[in-house]
Design a protein around this ligand. Structure first.
Ligand code: SAH
Ligand code: SF4
Length: 440
């Protein structure tokens, strides 16, 4: 989401007459787009910003801007804390950035603008400079779920869906400029609703599926409590919607899920995963898991490990809980010692890596459809791309294939990568029920 915001801010500045600087030394303006979902992200962002003090000192006409979630959270306090910072701009105030930059350049004022968090972001059309194969597209802003650990609703504001018409027009323009894959973004895309037509997320997917030139459609993120049978059916039937469901579980213990305010139980999650697997052959299921939530006992953690063995996700992002100011969980005592949190996350990663490696190994011999993205970072004679499930596939091939979809037979695998060779037969994957079990 932040990567897309940065890209859109860049587009807006290009439209206002700015140019891209290759290096800091050449720049008249540096913008930091920040995340505060965990304390570590926040510390890193402020640390990086502080390194620009000499850059600003060298030429006081240079402008330094902080935007994104930290800006929204701390507003004008940041101007006091960081005396060489010029502008702080909130998550829904970007449209005024070009005008603010002009004003600050003329008056040398220092400004914090964060007051539009409760407003609708106007859907002004700014041409996208995106010239790559893939593009993110925002379908909704904000979040109304208030999971007790999460700062996102506090810094991204209330949930607002963009107009379906406007989203479709944006993706049509992207397709015309060569984009083949789009990822629809929202904190909980399942609650998307177009105010004008009443279209829900499945209807939106169907509209995007009809856009000529878009070969792959992905989306993130889905809250398990809001996955509808209609959405599963749309994923199963729409040709261009990829078979990848990112479905954050967070924990496997009902007591923890309840205190997290997630509004589902481990059984609900298991039933949902089974339903998705029954209806979407070869679906790739991935998740987010959060360890060390206040009051998480060892027995609760064992439930998370058990859920991991039962669902057998293809991959998981694992996080150590970090207290976020203003959230409901900040009132609970953060009583799991850091050492224990670290041990738990290491055990969880170890188990998940084993499962990911087993699942990838089961693909050896299969032929997958790969959208070729780039030369591989490890060996420039190899190409890297993604299959429909979002798995990284590496194979030897000519750079002319970049941007094409090619069938690749999988020969080897690791926990994170599939290694293969171009196949003369078309892609086909045998649907094998996921019955392997792992015991650690
Ligand atoms: N809207 C998405 C998640 C956005 S935040 C969803 O509901 O899934 C991405 C991930 O960061 C979350 O899934 C959660 O696992 C993690 N996260 C959120 N708040 C956190 C916190 N306080 N400490 C550690 N991880 C956190
Ligand atoms: Fe945060 Fe929960 Fe909203 Fe995701 S659904 S952004 S975890 S509050």
């Amino acid at each position: 989401m932040n990567a897309l915001d940065s890209e859109r801010i860049g587009d807006m500045l290009l439209a206002a007459g700015w140019e891209h600087a290759e290096k800091e030394a050449e720049a008249d303006l540096v913008l930091f787009n920040t995340c505060c979902v965990r304390d570590s992200a926040e510390k890193r962002a402020i640390g990086r910003l502080t390194l620009l003090k000499p850059w600003k000192k060298q030429n006081p006409n240079r402008l330094l801007v902080l935007c994104g979630c930290i800006a929204q959270k701390d507003g004008a306090d940041l101007l006091e804390k960081i005396p060489f910072l010029d502008i702080v701009i909130g998550t829904r105030d970007y449209p005024s950035l070009p005008a603010l930059l002009e004003r600050v350049a003329q008056t040398s004022e220092r400004l914090a603008v964060t007051e539009h968090i409760d407003s609708q972001i106007p859907d002004i059309y700014i041409p996208r400079a995106n010239k790559s194969l893939s593009a993110f597209v925002t379908v909704m802003y904000g979040c109304d779920n208030y999971c007790s650990y999460c700062i996102v609703p506090h810094v991204r504001g209330r949930e607002v869906s963009r107009e379906k018409k406007s989203i479709i027009n944006e993706i049509r323009a992207l397709a015309k400029s060569g984009v083949k894959e789009t990822t629809l973004l929202g904190q909980n895309v399942n609650s998307y609703k177009d105010a004008e037509s009443g279209a829900d997320f499945a209807d939106l997917l169907s509209g995007v599926n009809d856009i000529s030139g878009i070969e792959r459609i992905r989306f993130t993120t889905s809250h398990p409590k809001d996955v509808s049978p209609k959405l599963i059916c749309a994923m199963a039937n729409l040709e261009h919607v990829c078979e990848h469901f990112h479905l954050p579980a967070q924990s496997g213990a009902d007591a923890v899920l309840n205190r997290m305010n997630r509004k589902y139980t481990r059984d609900d999650y298991l039933n949902l995963a089974a339903r998705i697997r029954a209806e979407i052959p070869n679906v790739v299921l991935t998740t987010d898991l959060l360890v060390g939530f206040p009051g998480e006992t060892n027995a609760d953690f064992q439930e998370t490990l058990k859920l991991c063995r039962e669902v057998r996700w293809d991959a998981a992002f694992t996080f150590i809980y970090s207290v976020r100011p203003g959230t409901a969980a900040a009132e609970y005592s953060d009583n799991v010692p850091l050492e224990v949190k670290k041990e738990r996350v290491a055990e969880l990663i170890h188990l998940q890596e084993k499962i990911s490696a087993e699942k990838n190994a089961s693909l050896i011999g299969e032929i997958l459809e790969v959208l070729v993205e780039r030369a591989s970072a490890r060996n420039p004679r190899d190409l890297a791309g993604k299959d429909r499930g979002g798995r990284t596939v590496v194979f030897a091939g000519d750079a002319m294939l970049i941007g094409k979809i090619v069938p690749v037979r999988i020969c080897r695998s690791t926990a994170h990568t599939l290694i293969g060779e171009i196949s003369s037969s078309p892609a086909h994957q045998i649907t094998t029920p996921d019955t392997q079990k792992v015991m650690l």
